[in-house]
Design a protein around this ligand. Structure first.
Ligand code: ZN
Length: 112
């Protein structure tokens, strides 16, 4: 049997063309041998929504899923903040060096 045709929806998830159902949810249902119930979320471990291999899928509740992503968002925010402060240090260093050079040339002009 040929694999059913799929397409990528506007949120980046694969769906079956015939039923519009989400492929990763269907794969998890096949794995569990039952239909998913309301509040059950199938999470992509790698973050790659197109990788629907069962090893990349994890069943969790809405709350667990939310918490999982909250951690990621927090980590991403901290990383962004760290990057920003490093950028700030570099900017200060450049200003400092530029300032020293300016003071240096001014001094030369005054003392000459
Ligand atoms: Zn997720």
């Amino acid at each position: 049997m040929r694999a059913p045709e799929t397409y990528v929806d506007h949120r980046g998830y694969l769906r079956y063309c015939d039923s519009n159902r989400l492929v990763h949810r269907r794969i998890m249902e096949q794995e569990l041998g039952r239909r998913l119930v309301k509040g059950e979320v199938v999470h992509h471990r790698s973050g790659n929504k197109l990788d629907n291999s069962i090893s990349n899928l994890e069943l969790m509740t809405k709350q667990e899923h939310w918490k999982r992503h909250l951690k990621e968002w927090r980590r991403a925010r901290v990383a962004a903040r760290t990057r920003r402060s490093i950028g700030c240090c570099v900017a200060w260093a450049i200003l400092l060096v530029a300032g020293l050079i300016t003071i240096g040339t001014l001094n030369c002009g005054i003392w000459r």
